[in-house]
Design a binder for this molecule. Structure first.
Ligand code: NAD
Ligand code: DAU
Length: 371
């Protein structure tokens, strides 16, 4: 039985990971620490909030004493680190928060883990207890590929191009150094673009789905030929599960979907899927009357080419051979089934994304601090 501290568990991937883990390992204890920034949403964890094996702590990973106390009080043996500023566009307009959370926050967690898991036991002449620090990173640390370059392996040199990816690369290096220098039991996974439920609608796929339903334009940066490798979010959770249970200490593991799409093609595909849903279910036209008119005019007409993202990476692609061979990893969801589930989830969970758009998703956190 494991006792997990999950950082950033109220965000997109963290919340999906918590759902995955608590379903698969119902006896494990899970503590989430999350600062509930704009990207954190307490309601993402609604289905586990009353589970006696679950605890939520509203806190910042930069608060090292708080993290130390959580590791000690809950006797944590496994820390899974998702908390980050994660949106590339925001890192371009405001890098400070990325440096603070992604670099300093990771450093704070490493210091806390070293004190609780290594230093305190060594002072008592005890063997270090079983522990694991798993760091969730990204393929963006490897930089960009041309159309013909081979996909990123774990041996690809780091070459981050945005403040976001540079901050993630720095955190990856700190995690590595805490293993090599102090013997902390770390693993790192570098994953490609995720999609699925609870994806914040500033990112491409949920933005496109929700904009179609509001008959808003679908912004395509530059020529739309940039390529991303898309993975259903539950398959990311599954990959982390395998790394935690079978991965070798001190190693990095690439996780990817083997599913490369140009941005313009994925936007056209989603437009088509939403149109098909409207054709199948006449009720949708009543619920989303604006989208109905968009469909009458052809959803693709909403596509609008806009100014490119500065420094926009052209292509990401993951070679997950090591993870496949060593851990037996293969994504379970095909893109066809994953994207269909995702479109359905957004059609069925209008309250969730409307509350994100009108800001009421942060009411819970505001209520905690009103007198
Ligand atoms: P997200 O932005 O949806 O969620 C981040 C979460 O971290 C939020 O709940 C936020 O409140 C919390 N957080 C932010 N700063 C914090 C702080 N200082 N202290 C405590 N909590 C804080 O991000 P995501 O898309 O779920 O990504 C999770 C992790 O996975 C990140 O580390 C990201 O770099 C990595 N990743 C993401 C993708 C992707 O496609 N989204 C792909 C590969 C790797
Ligand atoms: O590769 C993993 C990374 O994937 C993660 O590390 C990041 O946290 C995550 O945000 C994601 O980064 P991207 O920049 O690839 O994701 P985003 O959804 O922002 O954009 C996907 C592609 O679509 C990218 O090429 C930019 C483009 N785009 C994005 C938006 C929001 C558009 O063309 N129009 C848009 O409006």
């Amino acid at each position: 039985m494991k006792k997990l501290l999950v950082t950033g568990g109220a965000g997109f991937i963290g919340a999906n990971f918590v759902h995955y883990w608590m379903k698969k390992y119902p006896k494990d204890k899970v503590v989430v620490i999350d600062a509930l920034t704009y990207a954190g949403n307490f309601s993402n964890l609604a289905s586990v909030q009353n589970n006696e094996n679950f605890n939520f702590v509203h806190g910042d990973i930069c608060d090292q004493p708080l993290v130390e106390s959580l590791l000690t009080e809950h006797d944590i043996d496994t820390l899974v680190h998702f908390a980050a500023e994660s949106h590339v566009d925001r890192s371009i307009t405001g890098p400070d928060a990325f440096i603070e959370t992604n670099i300093m926050g990771t450093y704070s967690l490493l210091k806390a883990a070293k004190i609780v898991w290594l230093d305190s036991v060594q002072a008592d002449n005890e063997q270090p207890k079983n522990h694991r620090f798993h760091h969730v990173s990204t393929d963006e640390v490897y930089g960009t590929l041309s159309a013909t370059d081979p996909a990123f392996t774990e041996e690809t040199a780091y070459a981050p191009n945005s403040p976001y990816s540079a901050s993630k690369a720095a955190s990856d290096h700190l995690v590595r150094a805490y293993h090599h220098t102090y013997g902390l039991n770390v693993t790192t996974s570098n994953c490609s673009n995720n999609y699925g439920p609870y994806h914040f609608p500033e990112k491409l796929i949920p933005l496109v789905i929700t904009n179609i339903l509001h008959e808003k334009s679908l912004p395509i940066y530059g020529d739309g030929q940039q390529i991303r490798d898309w993975l259903y979010v539950e398959d990311h959770a599954y990959g982390i599960d395998l790394v935690l249970n079978k991965g070798r200490i001190g190693e990095n593991y690439n996780i990817g979907g083997n599913n490369e799409w140009a941005n313009i093609d994925i936007v056209k595909e989603i437009s088509l899927l939403v149109e098909q849903e409207f054709q199948k279910d006449s009720n949708l036209a009543k619920r989303f009357p604006k989208a109905l008119s968009a469909i009458a005019q052809n959803t693709k007409s909403l596509i609008t080419y806009v100014q490119d993202r500065p420094g926009h990476d052209r292509r990401y692609a993951i070679d997950a051979t090591k993870t496949n061979n060593e851990l037996g990893y293969q994504p379970k969801e095909s893109f066809k089934t994953g994207i269909a589930k995702t479109v359905q989830w957004y059609l069925n969970n209008e309250n969730w994304w409307q509350s994100v758009m009108d800001g009421s998703y942060q009411d819970w956190i505001k209520s905690q601090y009103s007198n």
